[in-house]
Structure formats: C-alpha cells, structure tokens
Design a protein around this ligand. Sequence first.
Ligand SMILES: *Cc1c(COP(=O)(O)O)cnc(C)c1O
Length: 231
Amino acid sequence: MTSIAANLQAVRARIAAACVAAGRAPGSVELLAVSKTWPADSVRAAVAAGQRAFGENYVQESVDKITQLGGLGLEWHFIGPLQSNKTRPVAENFAWVHTVDRLKIAERLAAQRPPNLPPLQICVQVNVSGEASKSGCAPAQAIDLAVAVAKLPGLRLRGLMAIPEPSADTARQRRQFAMLRQTLEQINAARNGELDTLSMGMTDDLEAAIMEGATMVRIGTAIFGRREYTL
Ligand SMILES: *Cc1c(COP(=O)(O)O)cnc(C)c1O
C-alpha cells in the first residue's frame, strides 16, 4: 500500500470515529482530498485508493492538473481565494466553488459557466474569526449574499464554508465552527431549508468541525504529507 493509501485509510478512520463521537451517521461527512502543490501522480495514488473528490487552491496549477487527469471521472472543488479576473477557468473546469464571498464573483461564475455543464455547486465563504486579513463575508452579510447567489442561473447554492483562525484550543475551534452552523440554520430558516453543505474542518481540526455539523471536510496534510512550498 502507498503511504497516500495508508494515510487516506487513517483519515477515513478519524472521520468515522468523529461521527460516532458526535452521534452522527457514519457516511454523513464527505472527504475532500486537498491536492494543492502535489503533482498529478499523487492524485492518481489517492484515486487508486478510492478517492474521487479533490480540492485545489491555485487556478493555473489546478487547470493543468485537471487536464492531465481528465477522463478519470474526478470531482474538482475550487477552495482558494478567487479574484474576479480568474473566474472563467474556474467556471469551466470545476464542479464546486467553496470561496464565493461577494456577489461580483458569483455573477461572473454564473455568466461564464458553460451551458452544457451541470450547475456549478456553490458555497458562500464566511469569515468566522473576525480577523480582518481573512477572506469571507461577515456572518451578518451571509444571508443577503446567499439569497442573491441563489437567484443566479448556472449556479446551485449548496451551503457555507469557513477557514477558522488556527487554534490548539478545541473549545475555540468549536465556537468558530458553531458560528458557521448557526449561520446556515438562519439561512435555512429564512429560505425553507434547502442548503445541505457545511464545508469546514482541515487536518488539525476535523474532529471539532464534525462535532459542530461539518458535512464536508477538506484534508490535505494528513493525506499527502506536509507541503514543501506554497505557490
Ligand atoms: C490547504 C487547505 C486545506 C487543507 O489543509 P490541511 O491543513 O493541509 O489539511 C483545506 N482548506 C483550504 C481552504 C485550504 O487552503
């Protein structure tokens, strides 16, 4: 077994244990393998171990990789910061975008989504830590943004995403994840409960995220190893 296969097995076991601890159904949390900075061969090793959904952060790197791996039937999720001049390749190559934090980005993705593809699945990114440097809309703005995004053609709003401020304190991790869950609950209360996705939890905090209702965790380091560089 490759180390990537062994790592994937260990991550699946962590997710399953966290579901049991949270009293949630096993299988209620989807695993997104975050392959940024890793070559197509690393993705192939994960695919051979049964992984189908991958997260990428950098537009050029990811489009190259998606092209190399075309035909494998993989599901690609864009999870990086998105500038408005880079939306077209994202609209054309990805199944999901987790990082919509302003209407202008959503409008461009909607206009640029090729009509022969299924709707682009969208999460609105919320800044749950209050750090000025973090992307994401303020929690108080999330409802208005979600309502506006949900009206756009070519897109299907699925839920919310957050990257909390890193913390070794589990209680603090959980407070930030709880804020995202509560924001989703408010939007569903106002809109009759259509949103089903909470994209939250990474290598160091996936257990806290699952405790607070994560439906999709985004795991890089625990699967592929420590990244040697950032782009
Ligand atoms: C890199 C990244 C991840 C994966 O983080 P790890 O700590 O390596 O698991 C998840 N989400 C986003 C948005 C990322 O940029």
